[in-house]
Design a protein around this ligand. Structure first.
Ligand code: NAG
Ligand code: NAG
Ligand code: NAG
Ligand code: NAG
Ligand code: NAG
Ligand code: NAG
Ligand code: NAG
Length: 399
């Protein structure tokens, strides 16, 4: 599933005041920091292809007293060319606090490399920066979870490296056109390998040791949108089983399992065996999935049939592919929801969809803290927009 470029906001009025993208609802405020790591992947179609940018969102008790721009000015202007008025995306702000105090000093259960809250990895869709999922990431962080996302500079239209580093423009065009199969496959492959590299020495462990960061190093959840969701399953199934086993739950937000497709990425290749993750896995699909296919996606039925542990496939009524990102909030906050046609956003309310998706992820994450997965069904049964496509409770097929 490629991302259509944003061609549908021609008539919005100019905006001059600043507007909050998302106000996290949890008990904590949210801090963030960034780190650049050298890491080269084989057969990488991006340039320079030798660095990763980590953005880490985490809970803090420090109260924000300023707002900061949501997007860097260059990314904002690039995305505005998709149909927003000049300057409009630059008016979106967050209350994220750069390098705010962690909970280490105030809470005895937090330590150097420990936290009672599991760590979450979030992976973006093809061609989008991880920043385009700030609402989910800051929402989860406000409930205590440290959330780490990985940008692969050279893939998204523009990535500004921190600490006075360079700005990196893409040399690929992944947003306005469907990437050729070999590029899509390469993006999938480095999504997986970037995570595996990041979790291991010398990256995340040395970062934690250097700063004494209160980040849980034994319990990880991994979620992603589109190809990032496919890669979440790929990480959990990685041949580096020691690293893969750190991931106790995962989730795929409307991503086709690229790893199960044939060479032309149009059909399932049934000679590729499905990895049984043997851990809880969530799948969220758009509304058109129901109209198109009952099983969510050509690859989902094949993947799900191979799972022996808990999984749920849920459809969120009123959504389209890009509703599982910040983009419906951009449109909604800037007053242009009614213009949001064009196939990549559905009619759903962006704020409500963000609440629903983040709440479902939180219930799945809660499993790692000893809370039962029944809470997922208890929640989604009460959400009229959440329609269960299928599921399994570990041997017993339901739905
Ligand atoms: C990362 O690579 C750059 C050149 O590409 C080099 O200048 C820098 O020292 C490297 N950093 C580390 C930590 O290896
Ligand atoms: C805002 O909060 C930060 C961190 O607590 C503090 O250092 C700074 O002085 C505050 N600024 C104002 C204007 O209150
Ligand atoms: C936006 O700015 C660009 C130059 O930066 C200009 O070419 C374009 O016409 C402007 N568009 C609108 C709608 O003002
Ligand atoms: C990580 O979180 C889990 C679940 O809350 C907890 O059982 C475990 O002790 C934590 N691990 C570390 C290293 O903090
Ligand atoms: C964190 O713990 C490690 C040992 O696990 C230690 O080597 C390191 O110095 C500690 N870092 C800080 C900042 O306390
Ligand atoms: C299917 O997968 C097998 C095993 O990876 C591979 O050898 C074969 O070329 C694939 N066939 C197609 C049509 O993609
Ligand atoms: C991939 O699968 C589709 C649908 O089953 C089929 O039409 C196509 O020929 C396959 N491509 C290859 C290269 O096998």
């Amino acid at each position: 599933m490629h991302l259509l470029f944003l061609t549908f906001w021609a008539t919005l009025a100019p905006i001059s005041q600043s507007i909050s993208l998302w106000d996290p609802t949890g008990p904590y405020h949210v801090g963030y920091t960034q780190h650049v790591f050298n890491h080269t992947t084989p057969k990488d179609p991006t340039k320079p292809g030798n660095i990763m940018l980590l953005t880490i969102y985490y809970p803090t008790r420090q109260i924000p007293n300023i707002t900061v721009p949501y997007l860097d000015p260059i990314s904002a202007s690039i995305f505005e060319k998709g149909g927003f008025p000049n300057g409009s995306l630059s008016t979106l702000t967050t209350k994220l606090q750069f390098q705010a105090a962690t909970l280490l000093d105030t809470n005895p259960e937090f330590g150097n490399g420990t936290s009672p809250y599991p760590t979450i990895i979030f992976l973006p869709g093809t061609g989008l920066p991880a920043r385009a999922y700030t609402a989910y990431q800051s929402e989860l962080a406000s409930y205590g979870y440290t959330v780490i996302s990985i940008d692969h500079p050279g893939e998204a239209p523009f990535i500004q490296l921190p600490y006075g580093g360079e700005g990196i423009y893409t040399t690929l065009d992944l947003l306005t056109q469907t990437p050729p199969p070999e590029i899509a496959r390469a993006v999938y492959d480095y999504r997986v390998s970037d995570v595996l590299a990041m979790i291991n020495d010398p990256f995340l462990p040395s970062l934690i040791h250097t700063y004494g960061a209160p980040i849980n190093t034994t319990h990880f959840g991994i979620f992603g949108h589109s190809i990032g969701g496919a890669a979440a399953a790929g990480v959990m199934a990685a041949s580096d089983t020691k690293t893969a086993s750190l991931f106790k739950v995962g989730g795929n937000l409307d991503g086709r399992f690229t790893q199960l497709l044939n060479q032309s990425l149009t059909g399932v290749n049934t000679s590729i065996p499905v990895s049984n993750l043997k851990r809880p896995f969530l799948e969220l699909a758009t509304e058109t999935t129901l109209n198109g296919r009952k099983d969510g996606d050509i690859t989902w039925e094949y993947f799900n049939a191979g799972q022996s542990e808990w999984w749920r496939a849920l459809q969120i009524v009123g959504t389209e592919h890009l509703d599982f990102s910040d983009i419906p909030l951009w449109v909604e906050r800037l007053g242009g929801r009614d213009e949001a046609l064009g196939g990549s956003l559905g009619g759903a309310d962006g704020v409500r969809t963000t609440h629903i998706v983040a709440s479902i992820m939180r219930k799945v994450i809660g499993y790692m803290e000893g809370k039962g997965l029944k809470r997922v069904d208890e929640y989604t049964d009460k959400v009229p927009e959440a329609f269960r496509l299928g599921g399994n409770d570990g041997g017993r097929k339901i739905g």
